[in-house]
Design a binder for this molecule. Sequence first.
Ligand code: 173
Length: 333
Amino acid sequence: MTGATLAGGNIMYRKIALGLIASSLLGTATLAQEVTLRAVSAFAEKTTYARGFEKFIDRVNASGKGLVQINYIGGPKAMPPFEVGKALQTGVIDLANTTGAFTTNVLPEGDAWKLTEKPMAELRKNGGFDYMAKLYAEKMNAVFLARLVDDNPFHLYLTKPITGPDLTGLKLRITPVYRDFFQAQGATVVQTPPGEVYTALERGVVDGYGWPITGIFDLGWHEKTKYRVDPGFYSAEVSVLINKTAWDKLSDAQKAVLRKAAEQGEAEAAAEFKAENAKDTKRQADAGIQVVKFDGAAAAAWRKKAYDTGWEGVIKQSPEHGPKLRAFFSKSN
Ligand code: 173
């Protein structure tokens, strides 16, 4: 019975024959079985935005022996980042490490995570988390387990300098995260997954790109990056999701293993990103990346424009849920 695939399902069950006999003798509904979940990351293996997920996997595989294990299929080499949401929704994979901007084809509202101005611990209490989790369940057939990246601002990186917030004449690499903001500032935009950024810079197809403060060294982009624009804006979100059909089949003990690793991961993200941000800020300076810095009123206007255009975009995509998410996620004044 080892390694049998459950018909119509996506979970590999390893049933222990003895356990089966024992449980049928005892007449219990619970079978002694270890479930193996198939996992994919939308971010390249062993890079900044896969690291939290890989730690999650290690924890589950260590504490879930005999209950639940994760088979890490891999990153974008295994599946294009913008296809991960659909694969999770349909049960082609069971677990995903991805971000709202990569899954807008199944859940447009997910991109609103970038606009949170409150810690996840607070959103889990104020109803904001529950509101979004319901959308993940209904539209993506997914259970949102943990946000593994937070307090991690996005920036605009450039190969040529700018003197003000006007981006007219620049062609910028984007994902849905930056689209409304950069376009509102006059830029022309082209969407690519992270794996295509280096080549786009090298070939001069783009004059810059959006990306958080951490991780530009992972794929060598620092070699082609001359400027970073400050201040940053928004808060990057990368999260671990599980297919709801797979989740509903798990026992309470199996769910508890996943929940515990998820909670640890979310708490760590909240505690650790500030230091990570500082580390990469210094590393960028050491690599000779210059800062185009907007001060005072210009900085405030840059950030306000980012949030205003960001929310406008979310609300346009989802007139029903966008305003509710804004009320939960925005800073209360
Ligand atoms: O720029 C991106 O690819 C993007 O949208 C993102 C989102 C979260 C973390 C890192 C990058």
